[in-house]
Design a protein around this ligand. Sequence first.
Ligand code: FES
Length: 261
Amino acid sequence: MADFQRVAAVAEVPDPGKTLVEIDGEMVAVFHVAGQWYALDDVCTHDGGPLADGELRNHTIACPRHGAKFDIRTGAALTMPAVRPTRSHELKVEDGGVWVRLRATAAGSGPSDHAVPAAGGTAASSPASLGPAAAAPGAAAPATTGPVADSLAGLPLSVEVVREMLKEVKDPELFVNVVDLGLIYGVTLSPAADAPGRQHVAIDMTMTSPACPAGPQLIGDTKRVLVARSDVAAVEVRIVMDPPWTPDRMTEAARDQLGIF
Ligand code: FES
């Protein structure tokens, strides 16, 4: 096990306050709140945001990139878009100094005493992030729909109907649909050149971060839900990262579901 390393003088960090230190090549955020000290990886588990640059309020640090909040006492992810805890480290105060010992446990594998929002917190990937734009995972899977899409089957295809149908497509960790998460930037319908009476559907979809394995699943599910309709000839999903997704794109329904106020 690694030894404690002196990372700062007690007098250097106000209360409340924080500082960023480097230990064996790893960046660690050290917090001083209400007379207690805490240390976390300086890494937001959503997309690597620098936690030490975020806003500290009581025992909560907010990632400066997209606003995910973490409990500095445990590293637990408290709000979207982060769903996994970040690693916390052992810390002691001795001889006027702050000492930290790195824990080996990877973020996401340790216990957390805070509930992960809505999804139960056991999954290992971040929500709805960019996968290969052209990928169509599950292309061989049967076209299936759920109750929402089935209830819309008798209506003529329209942008509104497509958006409603896409509520069948849910982030695999958060269990919130892509429409309410604010991931659907646009829906375009155009007559299919090679299939008279049927439509080509183009979906502009964003992801909450540019590198998460949930992306290909969302793309595949989007195609499966829509192509099940007889009036849809083809579905194209275009990944759009500009403007970047932010949590304020979520609907109130999504916020309620995730416990964000
Ligand atoms: S990188 Fe931290 S919330 Fe996105």
